[in-house]
Design a protein around this ligand. Structure first.
Ligand SMILES: Cc1ncc(COP(=O)(O)O)c(C=O)c1O
Length: 426
């Protein structure tokens, strides 16, 4: 039998790409057998380089909100592409998109565009420091805000000074937030918060409204900026900033991933409270003003406003969560399903080294469903009830398969090594 194409690509990649792959899309931190390379996506499905099809619960780690190759978004992108993309200056669509986002996101009075989520969070950091003339930022323990030196989760290649002027607090823990604010003294520039706690390995938590309100109050008392990092969850919890659900308006919000339904675009949105600071920093990039992603984002925003994409994902997520609990129970497993149903983290109870999560992921993959054992997942609006039922049928078989070999299942050495490296950082 011929060698699988993915295996061949991995071998070739190992020679010309350090470690064969880097960052969150490296399959070295996933169960054996997860394909590294994909040849196409359509709607809710992806096909690996060997042509195997998967119902995709990772949605490109977030960008796929409406479905891969959504015809409406692709047509808008193609119309703009026929005119031009990266030009000597931005296209008119930039202004239209900024106006659109300002009209949709209640706290926002202005928008700045960039490429990746890390650009947006780094720009928030600079804008907050510029606005306040202060240095210290507060970041929740375990929260991911990107891969720049100030926030990347692994220390290699960074120096302690990259992380200077940062205090940690525990998400949803008012006392620890107050203690971190006190430690910042009169130097507090910003409090960063995720829309909800969506850290890897640990159960997700919705924001306690009292914690969110206290974060706002503390920023107001200290003259600091409140920053919500919507990069992962943007437009997946509501059509506004996520903390509108708890009645709190930030000064800044960072967006990316789903903004252009897969087209490379991110944004920093801000209130007038941070306009002067944002206007004073020098931030730019050769591709930040590309018009095609902006046209795609404009159409994505129209679909967000005019369709029930969100309610549809929530209904499917409810069906998935209930079905998985029932199927797990039938085979003697208990799951820890947390977070919004449309962005679920699915882990096994009593599985501290994630060995059952890994084994279940492999069995799901073998049945054409791509799940992640320790990172939150994403539903997309292209999924249907039939897709969820397909996933549930696969899940039931997968639970049965791992129940049958329960005693032999071992933890993954690669995962244990990664967990140790991350733990060494704190
Ligand atoms: C909450 C959050 N912030 C920031 C980022 C960084 O975004 P990007 O990978 O586009 O730089 C991510 C990426 O996963 C994220 O989930």
């Amino acid at each position: 039998m011929d060698k699988p194409i993915d295996a061949g690509l991995k071998e070739r990649a190992a020679k010309v790409i350090p470690n064969g792959m880097y960052g969150h899309e490296s399959t070295r931190i996933l169960p054996d057998g997860y394909p590294q390379f994909f040849e196409k996506g359509e709607g809710a499905y992806i096909w690996d380089a060997d042509g195997n099809r998967y119902l995709d619960f990772m949605c490109a780690y977030g960008p796929n909100l409406l479905g891969y190759r959504d015809g409406r978004v692709d047509a808008a992108a193609a119309r703009q592409a026929a005119l031009g993309d990266t030009l000597t200056g931005p296209a008119p669509v930039m202004v239209e998109l900024a106006e659109t986002l300002v009209s949709m996101v209640d706290h926002a009075d202005w928008a700045m565009f960039c490429k990746n989520g890390t650009d947006a969070t780094s720009m928030a950091l600079m804008a907050a420091r510029a606005q306040t003339g202060r240095r210290t930022i507060l970041v929740a323990e375990g929260a991911y805000h990107g891969a720049a030196a100030w926030c990347t989760p692994l220390p290699s290649g960074t120096v302690a000074e990259d992380r200077a002027w940062q205090q940690r607090y525990r998400y949803n823990d008012i006392e620890s937030l107050e203690a971190a604010v006190a430690a910042a003294g009169d130097d507090l520039a910003a409090i960063f918060a995720s829309p909800f706690k969506h850290d890897v390995f640990v159960d997700q938590e919705l924001p306690d409204p009292a914690y969110a309100r206290r974060a706002r109050e503390l920023c107001d008392e200290k003259g600091a900026m409140l920053v919500i990092d919507e990069v992962r969850a943007g437009f997946r919890t509501t059509r506004d900033c996520s903390w509108s659900l708890v009645g709190v308006k930030p000064d800044l919000s960072c967006w990316g991933k789903s903004l252009g339904n897969g087209q490379p675009l991110s944004a920093l949105l801000g209130a007038d409270s941070c306009r002067q600071g944002a206007g004073s920093i020098y931030v730019t990039g050769s591709f930040w003003f590309a018009a095609v992603p902006m046209a795609a984002a404009l159409e994505t925003m129209r679909i967000i406003r005019e369709t029930d994409y969100l309610e549809h994902m929530v209904a499917l997520g409810d069906r998935l969560r209930a079905g998985l609990d029932a199927a797990a129970g039938e085979h003697g497993f208990r799951l820890r399903q947390s977070g919004p149903v449309q962005m679920p983290l699915i882990m096994f109870a009593d599985d501290p080294d994630v060995r059952f999560g890994y084994a279940w992921g492999q069995e799901m993959l073998a049945r054409g469903v791509y799940v992640h054992p320790w990172h939150n997942m994403f539903l997309c609006a292209a999924m249907t009830v039939a897709d969820i039922d397909f996933a549930l049928a696969a899940a039931s078989e997968a639970f049965a398969a791992i129940a049958a070999r329960r005693a032999e299942i071992q933890p993954s050495p690669a995962l244990l090594a990664m967990a140790a490296a991350q733990a060494g950082q704190h």
